[in-house]
Design a protein around this ligand. Structure first.
Ligand SMILES: Nc1ncnc2c1ncn2[C@@H]1O[C@H](COP(=O)(O)OP(=O)(O)O)[C@@H](O)[C@H]1O
Ligand SMILES: O=P(O)(O)OC[C@H]1O[C@@](CO)(OP(=O)(O)O)[C@@H](O)[C@@H]1O
Length: 396
């Protein structure tokens, strides 16, 4: 068994590229239809079949249109539960864009709502629900931190500090997402603006319990908890995640279609949704709809994002899987701390505590766990093989 098998998991189930609008536009202006912009090959890969020079000339002709005079900028809106891997995937993405020829000159910058909160206030562990900012009843503060981070992203795009802003927050409610999209719309409507911002959704899911457990362990020593006792940190993060499950609303096609309101569409390069199944236990679906005015830069970026998300598990999964495997394996713990028995002992006792707190019962109590993680009977079937593989590898 090799990790190659895992690439199947990240293969897009469906990739929609609606080109009718583009065709009708070019037909009406130039009386010739643009050739298919993309299609699925039999292996499920996305191919751009539009020749570069053909595309360039089309784009040049489009520059007569007002919106093409605006510099295209992008904001990647992450969606995903805490510890699903959003920040890690974003770091991988920034590197991938830099290492890819077509996107190497694109300047990316990440804006993290959690960092805004941490800058203002160090995390306090509390049993008092009125002081707990992750209790959905006191969402005001959390919304304020998110708005600050998002506005910083818009300002840096506007001031040409970056070309792609990555907005790293859970963005777990429809209400939040509606707010973000309306802010982008308002920004684009500003008469004096020299840029046009296109939103790109990047949804990160992690649905395997062992990987979630491992991620929670990692979170329990991050910037929120570095100065706190391990057991209290794990319990606090477990509570936070449970609260997020009560409010998380999965992003649906309905919401996607709703976002395609004409006013947004007209001023942008399209509407784009990408999905990374971190640890790869569900299939991925990317959806791309180009508007009439999608620039070459936009197509290069979108194309690269599609490859990144489709091949994510194949590219970055093996390292992650072996980290998780080693973490849960007795012999690996001993081996990695050969000369330090105390360290091994500490690691064992942490692992015991982690497994006790984040146990099966904990997962059962997470509201809509299967629905949110998009785990249906049908989804699980093709991946039974991989699931067994993970079980063999991870739970020794
Ligand atoms: N794809 C991945 N590769 C390696 N480690 C990962 C991956 N996804 C998550 N992790 C681990 O889980 C931890 C939590 O993930 P993080 O990216 O911070 O989640 P989020 O931003 O969604 O809260 C990370 O610090 C990292 O150790
Ligand atoms: O406001 P939302 O969208 O929930 O996202 C921000 C929150 O996400 C979290 C999720 O745990 O991010 P982070 O991983 O950076 O710590 C919180 O710390 C942060 O306050």
């Amino acid at each position: 068994m090799t990790f190659d098998n895992l690439s199947i998991v990240s293969e897009p189930k469906l990739f929609i590229s609606v080109r009718d609008r583009l065709n009708s536009f070019t037909e009406s202006v130039f009386s010739w239809p643009i050739e298919s912009t993309s299609h699925l090959s039999s292996s499920g890969r996305y191919h751009s079949s539009l020749y570069q020079d053909e595309l360039e000339s089309t784009v040049t002709r489009f520059t007569n249109h007002n919106s093409m005079r605006l510099v295209p900028k992008y904001i990647i809106i992450l969606i995903g539960l805490p510890a699903s891997g959003k920040s890690t995937v974003s770091k991988h993405l920034v590197k991938y864009l830099r290492d890819t020829r077509a996107t190497t000159n694109i300047r990316c910058k990440t804006f993290n709502a959690g960092d805004v909160r941490r800058k203002q206030k160090t995390m306090e562990l509390t049993d008092d629900p009125t002081k707990d900012i992750f209790d959905p009843k006191n969402s005001d503060k959390k919304e304020e931190y998110a708005r600050t981070a998002f506005n910083e992203a818009l300002a840096d795009l506007d001031n040409d500090i970056c070309d792609v802003g990555i907005f790293d927050a859970t963005n777990s409610t429809k209400q939040r997402r509606k707010y973000l999209f309306s802010e982008i719309k308002n920004f684009n409507r500003k008469v004096k603006s020299k840029i046009s911002i296109s939103p790109i959704i990047l949804h990160v899911t992690c649905s395997d319990k062992k990987f979630i457990r491992y991620n929670i362990h990692q979170k329990s020593s991050n910037a929120d908890y570095f100065d706190k006792q391990y057991d209290l940190s794990v319990k606090d993060f477990a509570k936070r995640l449970k609260q997020y499950y009560t409010q998380f609303s999965p992003y649906t096609m309905d919401e996607f279609n709703h976002i395609l309101s004409p006013s947004l569409h007209d001023s942008h390069h399209g509407t784009f949704y990408f999905h990374v199944a971190n640890a790869g236990l569900t299939s991925t679906t990317n959806i791309v709809e180009y508007s009439n005015f999608a620039s070459l830069e936009t197509r290069n970026l979108i194309n690269t994002l599609h490859h990144f998300t489709s091949d994510y598990v194949a590219m970055f999964g093996s390292q992650y899987i072996s980290k998780v495997k080693n973490f849960f394996t007795f012999s690996e713990i001993v081996n990695s701390n050969k000369l330090n028995i105390r360290k091994s002992f500490k690691q064992f006792s942490r692992l015991k505590l982690l497994n006790r707190v984040i146990n099966d019962n904990y997962f059962k109590k997470l509201k809509n766990f299967h629905l949110i993680n998009n785990i249906t009977q049908r989804d699980q079937e093709p991946f039974r093989f991989q699931l067994q593989f993970y079980d063999n590898q991870v739970s020794q």
